[in-house]
Design a protein around this ligand. Structure first.
Ligand code: AMP
Ligand code: ZN
Length: 467
């Protein structure tokens, strides 16, 4: 398998620390509200990565945290505590909020066929290990106490900006606007490991510590929880691209200072789902959740397909139009599979051959759209139906689109005559464009639109739908 590694900014041959085994960690949700479909894009693509590794024969152990304490609304250790904000909003306790939104997150994941990681650990379960790590960092001289908080001293590191050549200004883009300078910090990028003195007097969750009653900073949880379950060496760490700085940068700083050696070899970052105005967020524009798109009649798996159609290292723009397209593609795909005969002998050698092709395609830096292309190749191939079904079922272990699940999916009825007419017109328009007769090309498009058919030029060719 090949993977792009954010640490080296190269596509690399993936080599785990222990042959045949993969230790993998994913930054989990902050459970103060529903996940939006942007958050879920990250979890879908990370799910595909995990499943591809398993498909390729690796024995994978995957761990995920649940952030139920300590995540402030700014990544720069300032702003309001997100959990407390959620509790106030809904007039509930922080623990009730955490429970409710953790369940809601996994319910959304189930609808999107995202497998639950082998280990899921809430931050509040692990306070003792956080304290232990912080004590060791103090002992080793990597941390200091100031204004009654404990900070990580980034000036002790030779290279703090491990993710590369970006300048500080660029990196700070991930940090929200409401940054107020913390005068206790010795260096600008120092970050809080443990808060005792805080401006949040009403902070709901507090624990005893050697430095007084308080609560952990956000970054420490991922270092501790991953080490607790995966040991001192990790193969792959995943998260959305905004986690790269400061969260993952700080995780690496404290983990490697604590361990005294390199910690994680591959960093997998999923780029954002954007709306028309920029990065999707919970506070701006329509709050797009799985329940919302379901209430509008969309199948969550059409959204999963929408994500799989593009590469995880490219930003993806969401629109209902794009989701309509994906829905059309999804329904057609399901119907093409549904008509395949179920009986007959499966040619196992052919299945194995296609499985190898699939690993080659999707295993090349999680190239999901190549996986989907291969799926169409199977449907078109000169193979018997039973073998096609077996191959498709096998691919679906990774794609997670329920392709073999029996259900009637409504496709708008298109009569064969109209379809033939539209396809002929599309060919005619292609020829016109080739001859640079754009007037004719536009006229053909307009004529089709009058008949209720909209055509669109996409990277995959011309597509059309009834409007
Ligand atoms: P949070 O619940 O805010 O901690 O975020 C959960 C995950 O979603 C993290 O891995 C984020 O990096 C990721 N994420 C946040 N916004 C987006 C977005 N618009 N598109 C894709 N992933 C995102
Ligand atoms: Zn994390």
């Amino acid at each position: 398998m090949k993977l792009f590694n954010t640490l080296t900014r190269n596509v690399e041959e993936f080599k785990p620390n222990v042959e045949g085994k993969v230790n993998m960690y994913t930054c989990g949700p902050t459970v103060y509200h529903f996940a939006h479909i942007g958050n879920l894009r990250s979890y879908i693509m990370e799910d595909v990565l995990e499943k591809t590794l398993r498909y390729a024969g690796y024995d994978v152990k995957r761990v995920m945290n649940i952030t139920d304490v300590g995540h402030l609304s700014s990544d720069a250790d300032t702003g309001e505590d997100k959990m407390l904000k959620g509790a106030k909003r809904e007039n509930k306790t922080v623990m009730d909020i955490a429970k409710f939104y953790t369940d809601a997150f996994f319910a959304d994941c189930a609808k999107l066929n995202i497998k639950t990681p082998d280990v899921v650990e809430p931050a509040t379960n692990c306070i003792d290990s956080f304290i232990e790590m912080i004590e060791k960092l103090l002992e080793k001289g990597y941390a200091y106490q100031a204004g009654e908080n404990i900070y990580f001293d980034t000036s002790k590191l030779q290279n703090y900006y491990v993710f590369g050549n970006q300048n500080e200004e660029e990196l700070m883009v991930g940090v929200r606007d409401d940054v107020t300078e913390d005068t206790n910090k010795k260096n600008k990028n120092d970050f809080v490991l443990w808060f005792t003195k805080s401006k949040f007097e009403d902070q709901a969750l507090k624990w005893d510590s050697p430095w007084g009653v308080g609560y952990p900073g956000w970054h420490i949880e991922c270092s501790c929880i991953s080490m607790k379950h995966l040991g001192e060496y990790m193969d792959i760490h995943c998260g959305g691209i905004d986690n790269m700085f400061p969260h993952h940068t700080n995780e690496i700083a404290q983990s490697e200072a604590y361990l005294g050696h390199k910690w994680c070899n591959y960093w997998f970052h999923v780029h954002h789902l954007n709306d028309q105005t920029g990065k999707m967020s919970k506070s701006k524009g329509e709050f797009l959740t799985v329940s919302l798109i379901e209430s509008k009649g969309y199948n969550p798996l059409a959204y999963r397909l929408f994500c799989l159609q593009s590469h995880y290292r490219k930003p993806l723009v969401f629109s209902y139009e794009a989701l309509d397209q994906a829905t059309g593609t999804y329904n057609k795909l399901k119907n093409r599979v549904a008509v395949l005969a179920k009986d007959g002998a499966v040619n196992e050698a052919t299945v194995a051959e296609y499985k190898a092709k699939f690993v080659e395609a999707v295993g090349n830096d999680v190239n999901t759209s190549m996986g989907i292309t291969l799926l169409y190749d199977v449907l078109k191939a000169d193979l018997d139906d039973a073998t096609k079904r077996a191959i498709i079922g096998s691919f679906d272990e990774v794609l997670g689109l329920d392709l073999l699940k029996e259900e009637v999916v409504a496709e708008p009825a298109v009569d064969a005559e109209l379809e033939a007419y539209v396809l002929a017109k599309i060919e005619e328009r292609k020829a016109a464009k080739k001859e640079k007769n754009f007037e004719l090309a536009d006229a053909i498009r307009a004529e089709l639109l009058e008949k209720g058919v909209e055509i669109k030029d996409t990277r995959e060719g011309v597509v059309w739908k009834l409007v």
